[in-house]
Ligand binder design. Structure first.
Ligand code: HEM
Length: 134
């Protein structure tokens, strides 16, 4: 009996769609009032990094690790105050980007968004009232 082939999210979604998603997502992030205070870096560079990360996260080639080493995403996010509200805003921008790119209707879209939701929850490193006003 032949085992059913396990398909990666990457093979179902494809490199082009991931790039489209990243391109739709960051302009929203960089104009979200809750996220502006922590997104001060170069948008082109984070787009490049996120495209590489999502490629490997969905089971594609390990582009991020080849250039930057182990993903260690929680540790990489520790310099930024990520409150539950900011995680919600990040996910709202991502959901809008899923809608804009049509990923929301893709057969693998629901699973992809669910996995991002799980990782976003892990990134929270600051309680709401600990945020340092700047
Ligand atoms: C929960 C809400 C999140 C917030 C508020 C957030 C915020 C940030 C910030 C402020 C940066 C640095 C930007 C810069 O370099 O200027 C960053 C980098 C990054 N984030 Fe997030 N993030 C969140 C969730 C996620 C999730 C869920 C993922 C992956 C699925 C992710 C992947 C990345 C990657 C790949 C980088 C680049 C890391 C590097 O510099 O090596 N983030 N994020």
């Amino acid at each position: 009996m032949t085992e059913p082939r396990l398909q990666t999210l990457y093979s179902q979604i494809g490199a082009e769609k991931i790039e489209e998603l990243v391109n739709a997502f960051y302009p929203k992030v960089y104009s979200d009032p809750n996220l502006i205070p922590i997104f001060q870096g170069d948008m082109r560079e984070i787009m490049r990094k996120q495209r590489m990360f999502l490629t490997q996260f969905t089971g594609g080639p390990p582009l991020f690790s080849e250039e930057f080493g182990p993903p260690a995403m929680r540790r990489r996010h520790l310099p930024f105050e990520i409150t539950p509200t900011r995680a919600q805003s990040w996910l709202r921008c991502m959901h809008e980007a899923f809608e804009e790119t049509g990923l929301i209707d893709h057969p693998a879209g629901g699973m992809f968004f669910e996995r991002l939701t799980q990782v976003a929850a892990i990134m929270v490193n600051t309680e709401e009232d600990e945020t340092v006003e700047s």
